[in-house]
Write a protein that binds this ligand. Structure first.
Ligand code: ADP
Length: 511
């Protein structure tokens, strides 16, 4: 066994793997996020080494590093010797040759992360780097390990590129694969056999570790939580009618604890809406065949958006949150311009990103970060606070929703209702100017839904609330915007605008 070649091979594979992870992570992230027109070109270029004969890559690298190019001449002048036939050039060649083995699994891992988690991170103010380090990488550990294992084993087995640019210098560029070639040339078949078995063993161990880990439960932790089809308006949403039972009632809002809780945490409570609270929204948006035209003023702390399925309620909320940019429109919230698209009568164009709108958004799918505890989830949007106030704020938010006992658990250990309590606590922790709720209580049992709504109504919040449930809506003191087929067909006090529908429903139920 050529121990020198073994050591060199392991050194090369380790260095190449580390360099490839450093390059591959940002490159894969860029490929997944970008809408740039030349993305296919970059993807094709990073995948090309999979199909190219190694000698082609080796040949062009030799040319690049030689005296014929400015790069080659500069490298030689700086190093004091030509770059070709050195360990460094082996690393460069191996990195280029194994690039697809890093980028492809990483990009696949990032793509598999539930986009709703990334949207929540954006809404909570996370920038691209934080989304990468706190959400994507922890949820793609399997892909990271796969990329590392593939890069390592592929580099260990590399022959053509290494021979072309490194030659066969013992101790400097002679790797195990070249040693095997030499041993065969010398008719030392027993030695070639031993060296080959070492290579097979290393590759097999790496792959076994990879597949053993992949088959462990929980390898993919980013699957959407509680992804249920949205409920449409139906007789089942009538007052007094029982909903599906999905969880146990975790705590009563009428318990002795309720009032002191709010008093104790006054400093940490959500902001009181100003008397002059007002949001002006004017939107034109086209998605496929569907057009949304809405011009509304939100003048009361709670505004309900009511309408049949497909009317555009979720789209309207996503536009308010900054997750969708409409083709035209403006949005003003409490004196701040969140959106002003360029139009004939306006030369400026503003579109604040979700994290700068001061808007919390909770949907039917709680989208909690599955790899973080409840405490970490709630703290995610207030990381700028120092430790103690942050911990107090997290505790206060959890208490507001009767979820203080859940702080140490992770989302997979929570019931549907508990997840929604945590999602609400997380959305309110940064004290947003506006809370958007898109059917957050759909699918919960009556007791839980009532408890959560009671808690929400007792807080000083500005809320835009989408629901199909007339019983729920009837409890809300505020206005309603009736949305039908992308158009606002009525606005006004809830009990006035929706009275005919409620009477119809009650008539149907009494039949
Ligand atoms: P609602 O929340 O009232 O049920 P949505 O806002 O979800 O309605 O959808 C409004 C319309 O827009 C529907 O007709 C839906 O099929 C369509 N739609 C939603 N998302 C997209 C999309 N990404 N591309 C094209 N059409 C979409």
């Amino acid at each position: 066994m050529d121990l020198q070649a073994l050591w060199l091979t392991l050194r090369l594979a380790t260095t190449t793997t580390l360099v490839l992870l450093l390059i591959g992570i940002p490159l894969a992230y860029w490929i997944v996020l970008t809408h740039a027109r030349w993305r296919p070109l970059v993807e094709a270029a990073t995948t090309l080494p999979l199909l190219l004969p190694p000698t082609v890559l080796g040949f062009y690298l030799l040319v690049l590093l030689g005296p014929a190019t400015a790069f080659g001449r500069t490298a030689t002048r700086l190093l004091g010797h030509p770059l070709a036939f050195t360990f460094s050039v082996l690393v460069i060649g191996s990195v280029l040759y194994s690039l697809p083995f890093a980028v492809q699994p990483l990009a696949a891992g990032f793509r598999a992360v539930d986009p709703a988690l990334i949207e929540q991170a954006q809404l909570l103010g996370a920038g691209r780097l934080r989304i990468l380090t706190r959400i994507l990488l922890p949820l793609s550990t399997h892909s990271l390990i796969a990329a590392a294992a593939l890069c390592f084993t592929h580099t260990i087995g590399e022959f053509g590129v290494v021979l072309m640019i490194g030659g066969d210098i013992p101790g400097a560029t002679r790797t195990l694969s070249i040693a095997i070639y030499d041993q065969v040339q010398d008719f030392s078949y027993a030695a070639a056999n031993r060296t080959s078995l070492v290579l097979i063993a290393v590759a097999l161990i790496a792959l076994l570790l990879l597949y053993t880990r992949r088959n462990q439960p929980g390898a993919n932790r980013s699957a959407p939580q509680q992804a249920k089809p949205k409920a449409g308006p139906k007789p089942g949403s009538a007052p007094q009618q029982a909903k599906t039972k999905t969880e146990k009632k975790p705590g009563s809002p009428h318990s002795k604890k309720q009032t002191p809780l709010r008093a104790e945490h006054q400093d940490n409570s959500v902001p009181a809406p100003s008397r002059k609270y007002c949001a002006d929204v004017k939107i034109h948006h086209q998605q496929g065949n569907f057009a949304l035209e809405a011009a509304i003023s939100l003048t009361t702390p709670w505004t309900v958006i009511f309408g049949p399925s497909g009317a555009g309620k979720s789209t309207l909320l996503r536009i308010l949150a900054g997750l969708v940019t409409p083709h035209e429109g403006h949005i003003q919230l409490a004196g701040r311009t969140l959106l002003e698209t360029q139009s004939l009568d306006s030369k400026t164009s503003i579109a604040l990103p979700p994290g700068r709108r001061s808007i919390g958004f909770v949907t039917q799918q709680p989208s909690l970060f599955p790899h973080m505890t409840v405490r970490e989830n709630v703290a995610f949007g207030i990381r700028h606070q120092s430790n103690e106030p942050r911990a107090q704020r997290v505790a206060a938010m959890l208490e507001l929703f009767g979820a203080e006992a859940l702080a140490g658990r992770r989302p997979p250990q929570l019931s549907g209702g508990e997840r929604q309590r945590v999602a609400l606590a997380r959305a309110l922790a940064p004290a947003p100017d506006l809370l958007l709720l898109d059917e957050p209580l759909a699918g919960l049992d009556d007791a839980s839904a009532n408890d959560i709504l009671t808690r929400l109504l007792s807080l000083n919040l500005r809320v835009v609330y989408v629901s199909h449930d007339l019983a729920e809506i009837w409890r809300i003191p505020g206005e309603v915007v009736l949305l039908e087929a992308g158009r606002v067909t009525a606005t006004g006090p809830i009990k006035k605008v929706l009275a005919p529908r409620r009477d119809d429903l009650l008539r149907q139920l009494s039949l």
